[in-house]
Write a protein that binds this ligand. Structure first.
Ligand code: SAJ
Length: 407
């Protein structure tokens, strides 16, 4: 039986694995976090962090200092194994399970009777069974009978991970009922939200459906924003008014949908059911096309100028974070630059001023962008942009994709 103070091995020390490892360590479990990135391992063993997430540095420091959390490049025997590795997608939009497969293979020889194995990574349907098949083959065990195996999809919101990792309700899908029950007992040692038990495939789909539902709803808002432009009405006012209806709750339009979750997960369903996913695919396409629409809108305004300076405000995939992955704002910046319709400059207050290595974009101070630009394109509703004195910029052409500066 899994004890309150267990030995835990966590595969993957990214946005999910590291917070989970440090929360469990501070609850008295003995945690070994494993990552293929030696720099990340060294950083964590010094009590420091390699990702940006509020308050995570304090938690990791205390977990490492107490001796309850250690990082390494190789897993060890444990009572509970967590798989918290990324699930990116291939060029054909199918899920890339290479990280899950490699992590599973490396724990497989260590799994023993009575252990609990938890797949937290977002995964297409039947991945939990794929994990079980690998372990069974390498360990000579039978998932569900000899050891417990579950999918417990993470649901945390970047920027609010520590709170949500503990407080969110959780769905746990077991390969059988005994597995689900064993995992529930274990999760109760650190989760305060409700825990709902189901089978592995329903749990896999529930996670994909949560993010897909949001993608579909944002696509609706994005489509409304294009229609509103044609009608010359304010889409934000339109949505506000429609949302006064007691059973209507439309989300907000923007420059597109970014991040490594909502822009990715719907493809896992589309890939498995290409014939049945017309709505999900269309929504994805609407959201994927929104950056192009923004670029064309800017180009139309730029026509009025000889060689305008175009200032992009915001580069991250959403407000008040430094995460630029799958960011529609980065795409818009590059497409505007390629169009050669003017000088394109940008300011993202959440990353350092200067050249950003991964995107090749030069990040300018806010004042400089506000001062130099003829056209301001607001792409992210960062708090710094909310505080801009509108009087100082109202001479400029403004394209506000987030409705932040509505009068
Ligand atoms: N966005 C809009 N309009 C909206 C809301 C969001 O355009 O009304 C855009 C954002 O600007 C951003 C993208 O959508 O580009 C996604 O942002 P988000 O804050 O909605 O979600 P993520 O990707 O940061 O985190 C999501 C969360 N899922 C849900 O809310 C259903 C989180 O709970 C998941 O744990 C996470 O995905 C994940 O890891 O899967």
């Amino acid at each position: 039986m899994i004890k309150n103070k267990s030995k835990i091995t966590i595969m993957g020390l990214g946005y999910i694995g590291l917070p989970t490892a440090s929360i469990l360590a501070t609850k008295g479990h003995q945690v070994l976090g494993v990552d293929v990135n030696s720099k990340a391992v060294d950083t964590i063993n010094k009590g420091e962090i390699h990702i940006v997430e509020p308050d995570l540095d304090i938690l990791v420091k205390s977990a490492v200092n107490s001796g309850q959390l250690k990082a390494a490049m190789k897993p060890e025997k444990a009572d509970v194994f967590f798989l918290c590795v990324p699930t990116p997608f291939h060029d054909d939009m199918s899920a890339n399970l290479d990280y899950i497969e490699a992590a599973t293979k490396s724990i497989a020889p260590l799994v023993e009777k009575g252990n609990l194995v938890v797949l937290e990574s977002t995964s297409p349907p039947l991945t939990t069974r794929f994990v079980g098949d690998i372990i069974d083959k390498h360990a000579g065990l039978s998932a569900g009978e000899d050891y417990y195996l579950v999918h417990a999809p993470e649901r945390v919101l970047p920027g609010n991970i520590l709170k949500e990792a503990v407080g969110n309700d959780r769905v746990i899908g077991g390969i059988n009922k005994e597995s689900a029950m064993a995992a529930k007992t274990f999760y109760e040692s650190f989760v305060t939200g409700e825990i709902y038990l189901t089978d592995d495939v329903t749990a896999e789909m529930s996670k994909l459906v949560e993010n897909t539902s949001r993608d579909v709803q944002i696509a609706f808002a994005n489509e409304l924003s294009i229609i509103s432009d044609k009608l010359n009405i304010d889409v934000y006012e339109l949505i506000d008014l429609a949302n006064k209806h007691p059973r209507v709750d439309i989300l907000q339009p923007g420059p597109g949908v970014g991040g490594h979750c909502i822009a990715v997960d719907p493809w896992f369903i589309v890939d498995k059911f290409p014939e049945e996913t017309r709505l999900i695919r269309s929504a994805r396409e609407v959201n994927l096309n929104k950056p192009n629409y923004v670029v064309e809108k800017v180009a139309a305004k730029a026509n009025k100028f000889k060689k305008p300076v175009i200032g992009c405000l915001g580069l991250a995939y959403k407000a008040n974070i430094d995460d630029l992955r799958e960011s529609p704002s980065v795409e818009i910046y590059h497409k505007l630059t390629e169009k050669n319709i003017g000088e394109v400059i940008a300011c993202e207050p959440n990353i350092p001023v200067g050249l950003h290595e991964k995107t090749g974009i030069k990040n300018f101070p806010l004042d400089e962008v506000l001062d130099k630009s003829d056209i301001l394109v607001l792409l992210v509703d960062n708090k710094e942009f909310k505080e801009i004195n509108y009087g100082a910029i109202n001479e400029k052409v403004i394209i506000d994709t987030k409705g932040l500066w509505r009068k």
